[in-house]
Write a protein that binds this ligand. Structure first.
Ligand SMILES: [Zn+2]
Ligand SMILES: [Zn+2]
Length: 428
């Protein structure tokens, strides 16, 4: 009995625009990792309809059950709710040993000082990945060779390394060292378990441009510094959790209290969050149970529908699990396709969308779009006379010009019909 491991995640009733969150209300849920059930939830609101109407009339509000339970800024709501829920568990005699949360809040330090100094923190896998990726993109301004493709490759390496080394701090630390060398063709720190280059030094890199290792030494220095900094937090990367359960619960709650509508002014919001939580814990039949409890008919059809909905949800979940791998591969395929199309379009159209583009010194009259190619290439059938023997070879190149001139400059007058299969589609 080592105490509870809980996942906490909060959400606001208004979509955050990245920096300033000014939502009038927010909720937070706590899910146990073992049971997958919601242990507790909490709602904070800064607004009360009764008080507001009285304010407008410049009168004192009539006695009411005021909805306001938060005065501070919206960002601090989540921290307050987490502390409230954890201390409630502690008071009930259930010690909370580990908490899984995203990296965005300063919750954990507050929890340690207020509730339990020994509480452990796990970061959410997806948030950690997202932060690492945006850090990599921030190096792009300085290092031109750090293209989208290279970042995708580094991302893949990091993700793989981190998930392989869960619970192994040492492994994470070594992994970061290896990743700072491996893409540059140095495999001294690589493990033959995951790096096939150890045994085949000349093997091509499938996901790097032209299949060759990176050569930019300035970039390597930058990456080495970056990974050295990450190494100091290897404990964090060795123990990752996931707040996915809460995110799916937040979706359910958002279906009960859509963000486009305003429920924060009354207790309606609390009830709607509670409905979402009940649906997560007991399934759709919660409606009948509530009806029964308040002395109403549970509803024959309501019960039937609830059973059907629960069955559908279970089926959907089973399909999702079975198809997870296939779906992921397809998703990556589609993403690669989209990136390719976008890249060629961006080159022709110029940068259109980028933060602060309207304030930078781009003269609109100078912008000229490169027209789309008029005729797209198509394949023509090749007729080979019976007297000659066709030779097929793969040029492995995107530029045809040089290869052809080399062949004909050599004045090797061989009657060769060349049929080339161009694998790479767009050269950038
Ligand atoms: Zn009030
Ligand atoms: Zn390697």
């Amino acid at each position: 009995n080592d105490g509870l491991c809980v996942i906490v995640d909060g959400a606001w009733q208004k979509r955050g625009s990245g920096r300033g969150y000014d939502s009038l209300s927010g909720h937070c849920t706590m899910i146990g990792t073992n049971s997958g059930k919601v242990l507790d939830f909490s709602v904070r609101s800064k607004f009360c309809q009764v008080c507001d109407i009285a304010n407008c009339k410049k009168a004192t509000p009539k006695p009411h059950n005021c909805n306001i339970n938060w005065e501070g800024c919206s960002k601090a709501m989540e921290r307050d709710m987490v502390i409230e829920m954890v201390s409630k568990q502690e008071k009930a005699g259930h010690s909370v040993s580990t908490i899984v949360a995203d990296d965005d809040t300063s919750t954990i330090s507050r929890l340690r000082s207020v509730v339990n100094p020994g509480i452990k923190k796990k970061s959410d896998r997806n948030h950690v990945r997202k932060n690492l990726t945006s850090k990599l993109y921030s190096f792009q301004a300085k290092h031109k060779s750090l293209s989208k493709k290279v970042i995708a490759y580094l991302q893949k390496c990091i993700n793989y390394m981190i998930s392989q080394n869960q619970g192994n701090e040492e492994g994470i630390s070594q992994g970061f060292d290896a990743i700072s060398l491996h893409p540059f063709g140095d495999h001294t720190l690589c493990n033959p378990n995951w790096c096939s280059h150890v045994e085949e030094p000349l093997k091509k890199y499938k996901s790097l441009p032209y299949g060759r290792p990176l050569t930019d030494s300035a970039l390597q220095k930058c990456l080495i510094d970056f990974f050295a900094e990450l190494k100091t937090h290897s404990e964090k990367y060795a123990t990752l959790g996931s707040t996915q359960a809460n995110e799916s619960l937040n979706k359910t709650i958002a279906s009960k209290a859509p963000k486009a509508h305003f429920y924060s002014g009354t207790s309606s919001l609390y009830n709607r969050v509670a409905a979402g939580v009940s649906q997560k814990n007991v399934g759709h039949s919660y409606i009948s149970k509530v009806n029964k409890k308040i002395g109403m008919s549970p509803g024959q059809y309501t019960m039937k529908l609830a059973i059907l909905r629960d069955m559908q949800a279970r089926k959907r979940k089973a399909i999702d699990i079975a198809m997870a791998k296939k779906a992921k591969i397809r998703r990556l395929e589609l993403k690669a396709q989209r990136t390719q199309i976008n890249m060629s379009k961006e080159i022709r159209e110029g940068t259109c969308y980028q933060s602060g583009i309207s304030s930078s010194s781009v003269n609109e009259d100078v912008i000229e779009e490169i027209p789309a190619p008029k005729a797209s290439p198509f394949s023509e059938p090749l007729t080979v006379p019976a007297a000659v023997k066709p030779v097929f070879f793969d040029l492995e190149s995107t530029g045809l010009g040089n290869t052809f001139t080399n062949i004909f400059n050599d004045k090797l007058r061989i009657d060769v019909y060349i049929k080339c299969c161009i694998k790479t589609t767009v050269s950038v």
